[in-house]
Design a binder for this molecule. Structure first.
Ligand SMILES: O=C(O)CCC(=O)C(=O)O
Length: 264
């Protein structure tokens, strides 16, 4: 049985309610026209020293989670102020409020991802696989987003999604006809729910595909990326109150207390 085979696509003119309904139904959604060329350039420039310093492996092992010929950098809160604007952007945060609840959400992962020519596709996975305590289909724990800094195409490694798979049980495997590449112009954002099967596509083009992945999770979960270790004290001191909530530096209910007298 082949399920849904389309990733819904919207623009900022569509209402958040319509975006949330489409994301809820398909488990994935593209929204175009959210980041202009100047802002994309600022993001790229801020991350360039770290991307340039990242070695590109040519040795591929089929079992590796990240294929060869890709570059991946994390710790973007510490490394890029322009990325802060993406993290706090109203569209992902409105959808996070809808899908993760009004009690709040936190940053789960930040990464810049470049997929180079010749890269094989990544194994399909769910962001929520780190939380096997819940059986699939799980309640919403994570909302993922991918900002396209370059165009994403079927040829250059645009993210592969399995629409509808957020409602599947663990044992159901995606058939070839159910796996759809996210094609979107630079400046768009691709959303997927934590239960949606996805992975980077193979790059059979001559170009590098560049995306910034930012995921958000329920504020009482362990974050996948350790923000407490990745953000130096001087950067922490410069963060806005909103960003401090986002990185999980503030308390959520009874969670996260500390004694400031310990380190002054
Ligand atoms: O690069 C992509 O398109 C997807 C990345 C991804 O799924 C991951 O980093 O786990």
């Amino acid at each position: 049985m082949v399920g849904m085979t389309r990733i819904p696509c919207m623009t900022p003119k569509d209402s958040t309610d319509d975006m949330a309904a489409a994301l809820d139904a398909a488990g994935c959604l593209v929204v175009t026209d959210l980041l202009d060329a100047a802002k994309r350039e600022r993001v790229r420039d801020s991350l360039a020293p770290f991307m340039d310093a990242t070695p590109v492996s040519k040795e591929d092992s089929p079992g590796d989670f990240y294929p060869a010929r890709t570059r991946r950098i994390t710790a973007l809160v510490a490394r890029s102020e322009p990325v802060h604007d993406l993290i706090l952007h109203e569209t992902p945060n409105a959808l996070a409020r809808h899908h993760l609840g009004e009690a709040g959400h936190q940053l789960h992962v930040t990464a810049g991802l470049e997929v180079g020519p010749g890269t094989r596709s990544q194994v399909l996975h769910r962001e929520e696989d780190a939380f096997p305590f819940f059986a699939c289909p799980r309640p919403n724990l994570i909302l993922a987003s991918m900002w396209s800094i370059t165009d994403f195409t079927a040829a250059n490694g645009g993210t592969l999604l399995v629409p509808g798979s957020h409602r599947w049980t663990e044992d159901r495997r995606a058939e070839a006809g159910e796996i759809v590449p996210a094609e979107m112009p630079a400046g768009s954002i691709l959303f997927w729910l934590g239960g949606t099967l996805h992975g980077a596509g193979a790059n059979v083009s001559q170009d590098w595909r560049y995306g910034v992945i930012l995921t958000y999770s329920l504020p009482w979960l362990r974050q996948e990326e350790n923000q407490y270790l990745d953000i130096p004290r001087d950067v922490l001191a410069s963060l806005s109150p909103q960003m401090r909530v986002m990185i999980g530096h503030t308390m959520h209910g009874a969670l996260g207390f500390h004694d400031p007298s310990v380190d002054g």
